[in-house]
Design a protein around this ligand. Structure first.
Ligand code: 13P
Ligand code: SF4
Length: 303
């Protein structure tokens, strides 16, 4: 991208001067993903990397809950997000008060929160999970019933893989809920050789039609391992763009949906963030302390 080279160069230079690390989600555009990110990954990888970095400043290229998670894990570091309006329909779908209500009405039932929630919601929950480890987290609790909030589709997809009863909250990802099973069947009719892989935030009937479902990292790993001749990634559009250059020989058929929140993060906003050291993400220390317990409990399961 010759026109972007000066911005990429300026960001990489400022990163060194500020001792900053750029953590970028797999849904970032290729200029960010390949041009300036130090670490790319799914929500779980980014949370783990946030605990490992020795940088003074974390620039979170993703949505707000991801930046909050980095801050929760690194209270003494400066965490910046290039556009603090980068939200998430799942994080918006539930409040801390809602979780307190669930507890009151369902005493003794552990509440697992998907990482796509605010710090205040995490602070009210027993343990966190991501799409990479949700089944493992559900089964780690050793109980018959759990809440898995707030994504009703992720919860339904997890429920199909475990004997634990999974209670839900009525939240959904505005990007993945738009895919339909009929659409997938139509694609297969047109092209019976195509492999279809989907994110578990899609409705269960969509996941059912897919050849594989997993977190963004697991989807990338699947393509790299299986090297299908043709693949369709039922998820956010930048995924195929980002992995295409790393998987020569794989043809990406591209129906996809854009996440408007992720797309708020741009190269020029990252540069501004590093120049002006904005926008700083803060979490009330008392809330952060409680939320950290839920996130660390998940991370410690993993290691
Ligand atoms: P992953 O953890 O699978 O990257 O998912 C995050 C997300 O927001 C997907 O919509
Ligand atoms: Fe949230 Fe969906 Fe966007 Fe992921 S893709 S950040 S779950 S709205």
């Amino acid at each position: 991208w010759p026109a972007l080279a000066p911005t990429i160069h300026a960001i990489n230079k400022l990163k060194k001067e500020r001792n900053a690390v750029i953590l970028a989600h797999n849904y970032m555009t290729p200029d960010i993903y390949h041009g300036v990110a130090d670490v790319v990954g799914d929500s779980l990888q980014l949370a783990i990397e946030a605990t490992r970095t020795s940088a003074d400043v974390i620039v979170q290229c993703g949505v707000h809950f991801m930046a909050e998670t980095s801050k929760i894990l690194n209270p003494s570091k400066t965490v910046l997000i290039p556009d603090s309006r980068a939200g998430c329909s799942l994080a918006e779908s539930i409040t801390a008060e809602d979780v307190r209500g669930l507890r009151e009405r369902n005493p003794g039932v552990p509440i697992i929160t998907y990482v796509n929630t605010s710090a205040a919601v995490k602070a009210e929950c027993d343990i966190c999970c991501t799409s990479s480890n949700a089944v493992e987290v559900v089964e780690s609790l050793g109980v018959d019933r759990v809440f898995l909030i707030p994504d009703k589709y992720l919860a339904a997809n997890v429920a199909r893989k475990t004997n634990v009863e999974v209670l839900i909250w009525d939240g959904a990802c505005e990007v993945h809920e738009r895919f339909t099973a009929q659409e997938l069947r139509d694609y297969r009719k047109i092209d019976p050789d195509v492999k279809i892989i989907a994110h578990p935030e899609c409705p269960p009937e969509v996941v059912e039609e897919a050849d594989f479902a997993g977190s963004t990292k697991h989807m990338i790993d699947w393509v790299k391992e299986k090297k299908p001749a043709k693949v369709m990634m039922i998820t956010e559009c930048s995924m195929a763009d980002n992995v295409a250059s790393e998987t020569p020989g794989v043809d990406y058929i591209r129906p996809c949906n854009l996440c408007p929140h992720m797309k708020r993060i741009t190269l020029s906003k990252i540069l501004d963030a590093l120049i002006e050291m904005k926008e700083e993400v803060t979490v009330d220390p008392a809330v952060a302390g409680l939320a950290r317990r839920a996130v660390e409990r998940m991370i410690n399961l993993k290691s």
